[in-house]
Design a protein around this ligand. Structure first.
Ligand SMILES: [Ca+2]
Ligand SMILES: [Ca+2]
Ligand SMILES: [Zn+2]
Length: 534
């Protein structure tokens, strides 16, 4: 979580919103009378309607006069203000998927068809059901056309997008575009002649009008004439629309321009969350060589518009979730919070630091450290990199950040210095010393300005610290997390692991190790057996 929850939220959230507010924090409790019950009900009703229409799809097909061998799959049902059901269908022909064969029919609740609109036309006059061209030959044609070797699937379909409907091989392939954007192509090859019909790039670049990061580029997916707020790794954003359960509805859009920079567009929070997830994924890949939360190339879901006035964000073991904040005015979707939540996923899949006592503080600080590193990595002029957490979301309502890494005590609750009692604090406060360590190891102690932001970082031992740069501190902490720490590790293990990691990465007595060691001295973690010299 991004901070200490003031009000317990129903439902098991194992780890972790991005904050704890000070106990005195004047945060309004979530309104008790939320409209959330209506949304799952609406979802269930929609699913029920789709099921009803699927159950009578065969008779609807007959009523439409579709050819024998054609089957309808109900994709969605929209009931209009006149009670008319507008049902969208996909078609198959003798089991072959008809690409471009979709239609929308208007039905009464009794099932009488009152109108129909076909995507390309009603008739699918395809005489043959078998291909003259082998799938291997189709793949070779696709590879020659796209330059891509990583082909994932080949399926015989009826191609009815344009021209005369005909049999075609649909070849899916993955690769990298010239500008390094991932590529996912779908290529159609005529199954009778072997001729290339068309090849479509599905990974496109959308424009997002975010709430906190200005206008941003987003990797999106173009599919079936609609854009999805989803990238090639599978990082995607869904709208919970006030619900507190379920996966939400994937954001889609007609023109690939998303949100309007304000909460008046439901998409805006999705833009910030997706931008945060895509940047976090890119940060881990580029800086730390890690392929996502699970290090397997798989992205994650970000759910936005959770609950009503929910003033937190969390990782629940599988996904990120964001509330809309007090008054539903400030979604908790700034990039440092997104990086924080996604990094909880990384922690739970590596050291798995228990969310209690000192290990819980290290867990929280890890999310603050990498959330901050992501914010710097994104290099966004609307939200410049800083060593504060939550400076954009105004959780306290007075414009101040939630946490300060240069001097954690500025939040009124977090200690600057380690002590043997730090583990008694809420994990969002016991994180303070390690956040302080990260600032000192990166930038050093005393007054300074970074990216136009002023800091003044004290030391607990009165000895000045020279920083070794944020990049080194980030890599040292990641190595510590992923190769040294375990579930009950506390500050002593953090110090031992970080010094050893620094030596492994940069060598004995390297400037990076000395910064690491002196910063641990400066936050009062007692010396262990590891030193930069040994
Ligand atoms: Ca910032
Ligand atoms: Ca920040
Ligand atoms: Zn957290």
């Amino acid at each position: 979580m991004i901070f200490r929850p003031v009000v317990a939220v129903a439902g098991a959230v194992t780890a972790c919103a991005a904050f704890a507010l000070a106990p005195t924090g004047a945060v309004a409790a979530p309104a008790s009378a939320t409209p959330t019950g209506a949304v799952p009900a609406a979802q269930a009703a929609a699913d029920g309607l789709r099921g009803q229409e699927q159950a009578r799809a065969a008779s609807t097909g007959k009523a439409l006069g579709l050819g024998s061998g054609e089957s309808l799959t109900a994709r969605s049902v929209l009931v209009d203000q006149f009670g008319v059901r507008h049902v969208r269908y996909e078609r198959t022909l003798d089991g072959l998927r008809v690409v471009g064969g979709d239609l929308v029919a208007a039905l009464t609740s009794a099932g009488e068809v009152t109108s129909v609109h076909y995507n390309r036309g009603k008739d699918l006059a395809v005489a043959r059901r078998s291909a003259d061209v082998s799938p291997g030959a189709a793949r070779a044609t696709a590879a020659a056309a796209t330059g891509q070797r990583g082909q994932s699937a080949t399926e015989l379909v009826v191609y009815a997008v344009e021209g005369t409907p005909r049999l075609a091989w649909e070849v899916r392939s993955d690769g990298i575009q010239a500008d390094q954007t991932p590529s996912r192509r779908v290529t159609y090859v005529d199954a009778a002649t072997g001729a290339l019909i068309e090849s479509i790039e599905e990974i496109v670049t959308g424009t997002g009008n975010s709430q906190y990061s200005g206008t941003v580029s987003l990797a999106t997916i173009s599919s079936g004439g609609v854009f999805q707020l989803k990238d090639a790794h599978g990082n995607y954003a869904t709208d919970l629309n006030g619900a507190t359960s379920g996966t939400g509805t994937l954001f889609t859009d007609a023109d690939d321009v998303w949100g309007n920079g304000s909460i008046t567009s439901r998409q805006t929070a999705g833009v910030d969350a997706e931008y945060g997830a895509e940047q976090t994924y890119a940060f881990y890949a580029a800086v730390l060589g890690r392929a996502g939360i699970w290090n397997n190339g798989t992205g994650a879901r970000s759910r936005v518009h959770y609950g009503n006035g929910y003033n937190n964000a969390f990782w629940d073991g599988t996904q990120m979730t964001y509330g809309d904040g007090t008054g539903n005015a400030k979604p908790l979707t700034s990039i440092d919070v997104a990086g924080h939540e996604m990094s909880h996923g990384v922690t739970s899949n590596t050291a798995n630091l228990a969310y209690r006592k000192e290990s819980g503080g290290l867990n929280e600080a890890t999310s603050d450290i990498f959330g901050t590193a992501v914010e710097f990595y994104a290099s966004n002029s609307a939200d410049v990199g800083d060593y504060f957490i939550g400076e954009k979301i105004d959780l306290r309502g007075n414009g101040t950040p939630l946490r300060y890494m240069d001097q954690p005590s500025k939040d009124g609750s977090s200690p600057n210095c380690y002590s043997s009692t730090v583990g008694r604090l809420d994990v969002h406060y016991s994180s303070g010393p390690l956040n302080h360590w990260f600032f000192l190891a990166s930038e050093g102690s005393g007054a300074r300005t970074v990216n136009g932001v002023a800091y003044n970082s004290p030391t607990c031992n009165g000895v000045a610290v020279t920083g070794a740069g944020r990049d080194a501190a980030t890599k040292i902490w990641y190595r510590t997390l992923t190769t040294k720490l375990t579930s009950s590790s506390g500050y002593a293990a953090a110090r031992q692991g970080a010094i050893l990691s620094a030596k492994e990465l940069y060598g004995k007595n390297s400037a990076q190790c000395l910064a690491t060691e002196s910063a641990f001295n400066a936050i009062s973690v007692p010396k262990g057996t590891q030193t930069c010299a040994n």
